[in-house]
Ligand binder design. Structure first.
Ligand code: SF4
Ligand code: SF4
Ligand code: SF4
Length: 349
């Protein structure tokens, strides 16, 4: 079908929303509560547009297009309505961008810039500091929260953990956890999905605060080293050190989701305690050895035990941190070479 946005014709398919068609063709419409992972909530009303023939402004995130629809995203009426929403959000908290981790990649900042909102339009006094620092890895700054609800939807729908929710009503509404507990004392599993989906600087990874601006990092796509699921990660690297990890939204199998280990457990890479060579224990003490020496020793011991006691005297347990191909090779070694079926995987139960 054909629709018109700001008098220009665009192709669209049935079932698409105005926002989806606009984004597909590079037409910017501000959004705050909408995210493709959790769908349209039509809560914030930042995405309103005019649709010819309709008296009221329509929320573009949940209004389906129809053939010949005429949409206006840049009229004075639309811009004023959007400016009102964004100004309210900006004045509701401490949106002092120069000290905010999210500056430069913040959806509220982008919307304010697009709508040409001036600083003096929204200064509303300083809000008292209001942090939830109870989580080991995540900081929630309530004064930067615009109550878009995306973290709640992500926790409920994407992670299906149901730790986060909106508590209280009206002016007193805020993000809460459990039955009045803090984030750290709730059933939050610290997966960080809520950080990833938060459009502003309200939820941040504690370890990444003050470490690097987004423009100073190089993103390196890799596979999580922790288990055989093989989640795809983007390492944010500055000066050859990892400063943050995010899930790769565009890649299977995780589509952005990570567990606490994959998202926050990267410090081990720099540990001085990491083994750099194989160690062989002699007379109760470890000594460094070459890979050839260590592998020859292990192979020789397997041969001795099997020769003396038979193939079923040995058993193997493959590690869940290994990739599936390694586990497959290990069972081939035990079944095909050692001639035993004593092979298992630590994650099987
Ligand atoms: S959340 Fe966005 S708008 Fe608010 S201070 Fe941070 S960068 Fe600025
Ligand atoms: S870290 Fe994960 S479990 Fe905890 S509130 Fe955020 S999305 Fe929910
Ligand atoms: S913490 Fe972030 S995602 Fe959650 S409601 Fe506030 S602004 Fe939205």
């Amino acid at each position: 079908m054909k629709v018109f946005i700001n008098s220009r014709p665009y192709t669209a398919t049935g079932g698409q929303t105005i926002l989806e068609v606009a984004r597909a063709h590079g037409v910017y419409i501000p959004t705050l509560c909408y995210h493709e992972k959790v769908g349209a909530a039509a809560r914030c009303r930042a995405c309103v547009v005019e649709v010819k023939g309709r008296p009221a402004l329509a929320t573009s995130c949940n209004t389906p297009v129809s053939d010949g629809m005429e949409i206006v995203t840049d009229s004075e009426r639309v811009i004023e309505a959007q400016r009102f929403v964004i100004k309210l959000a900006l004045s509701s908290g401490n949106h002092d961008c120069i000290v905010c981790e999210k500056s430069g990649e913040c959806e509220l900042q982008d919307a304010a810039y697009y709508l040409k909102i001036e600083d003096q339009d929204v200064r509303n006094g300083k809000h008292p500091a209001d942090f939830d620092e109870s989580s080991a890895f995540i900081r929630l700054d309530h004064t930067r929260c615009i109550l878009c609800g995306r973290c709640v939807e992500a926790c409920n729908q994407v992670v299906v953990n149901r730790a986060a929710r909106v508590v209280n009503r009206g002016y007193h509404a805020r993000i809460g956890f459990g039955l009045g507990t803090s984030m750290g004392d709730s059933m939050c599993v610290q997966c960080g999905e809520c950080i990833q989906i938060c459009p502003v600087g309200a939820l941040t990874a504690k370890k990444s605060i003050g470490v690097a601006r987004f423009r100073d990092v190089e993103k390196v796509r890799t596979t999580c080293p922790y288990c055989g699921v093989g989640c795809q990660l983007d390492l944010h690297v500055k000066d050859k050190r990892i400063v943050k990890v995010t899930g790769a939204e565009d890649a299977a199998p995780n589509r952005g989701r990570l567990c606490v280990k994959g998202r926050f457990g990267y410090d081990f890479i720099y540990s001085e305690d990491r083994l750099k060579t194989p160690l062989i224990k002699e007379n109760g003490e470890f000594r460094e050895a070459s890979w050839d020496e260590a592998l020859d020793l292990v192979a020789g011991r397997f041969k001795d035990i099997i020769a003396k006691h038979g193939p079923d005297s040995v058993a193997g347990v493959s590690c869940a941190r290994s990739i599936n191909e390694d586990s497959y090779q290990m069972q081939k070694l035990f079944r095909g070479v050692f001639k035993t079926n004593n092979i298992d995987h630590c994650a099987r139960t």
